[in-house]
Design a binder for this molecule. Sequence first.
Ligand SMILES: NC(=O)c1ccc[n+]([C@@H]2O[C@H](COP(=O)([O-])OP(=O)(O)OC[C@H]3O[C@@H](n4cnc5c(N)ncnc54)[C@H](OP(=O)(O)O)[C@@H]3O)[C@@H](O)[C@H]2O)c1
Length: 333
Amino acid sequence: MIKFGVIGTNWITKMFIAAAIETGEYELSKIYSRTQERGESFLRTLTVDDVDIVTTLSDLYTGIDLVYIASPNSLHFEQSKVAIEAGVHVIVEKPTTSNPAEFSEIEKLLTLYPEVRYFEAARHVHQPNFKVIQQTMGELTQLQGATLVYQKYSSRYDAYLAGEEPNVLSRNFSAGALYDLGVYPIYAAIALFGAPRAVQYLPILLTNGADGKGTASLFYDDFNVTLLFGKTANSYLSSEIYGLKETIAISNIAELDTITYHDGDGHADNIGQKTDDNPMIHEAQDFADIINDPVENHTKYNQWFQLAKQVNQTLFDLRSSADIEFLADKKEY
Ligand SMILES: NC(=O)c1ccc[n+]([C@@H]2O[C@H](COP(=O)([O-])OP(=O)(O)OC[C@H]3O[C@@H](n4cnc5c(N)ncnc54)[C@H](OP(=O)(O)O)[C@@H]3O)[C@@H](O)[C@H]2O)c1
């Protein structure tokens, strides 16, 4: 059993705990919160026994094998760094770090702790329907590009309109549309098509300088990928991947609910239907497999690590193309 602790007391942590326990590979041992009260009230929402609430990272990282980090983006780096130094495996929510300088520090540190595994929780690329898309791409005659969409109105935007600055719409917390929902289409694009040769981001900025929504382009040698994402409006568009005459349509690039293949004659086939209630189960299982057998699964681990690194670089390149600066960019390493 992998004894794990968690950082973050929001709904996503609850969902990860349920997924991890459902795999049968993990046992929840500690919950970190900035306050004992919030930790206890979070614990009351779970059905688990023998779990300690801790309020310091040093208490959290004693006696556990792995930590799941779901704090605001800007905190991921420091919390991951301290975990690695304590010999604790890390599953960190997307995006791993605020910029490539932080990612590179993590990469260097991992060479000193070769037994520690570091994973980015990009749940959709671990789902069975993502493999369906990858396999079906082999049937496209000549790739013509893609349009990937993830735009969902956020209740945190209501808070922003009411005069607050929620973490997820703040550059002080390395956030905004690109570093939140934008991560899903970017992850899918890079996992499917590789790293682009150039990128451009055209955001709609909020008055605090964070991006509320935007359109991005990833340029490849023979095709382009268009990305639409945001937190200030709802979109019901499907994502699409184009062959010459064939199209793969994806109902929602983050959830991968339904995958439809339209052949060159216009016939449509449902080739993938999501069946599980908790979309985090597959990543939890994939990460457990690597921790349980790091030698056998070394190639897979390396591929995910390199993918995380490329996504991190692409997020930064897109952000730089739009002159969006984070507070974290001012740090020196
Ligand atoms: N994979 C997914 O589907 C998915 C979905 C949602 C979010 N996420 C990711 O999960 C992470 C957390 O997102 P979220 O929306 O849950 O964030 P959040 O609500 O802003 O914060 C998460 C937790 O961090 C702690 N926290 C909040 N503000 C803090 C501050 N100023 N300083 C230190 N700790 C603070 C709080 O726990 P305590 O008060 O108990 O300390 C809170 O429960 C992000 O990286 C996001 O991208 C992933």
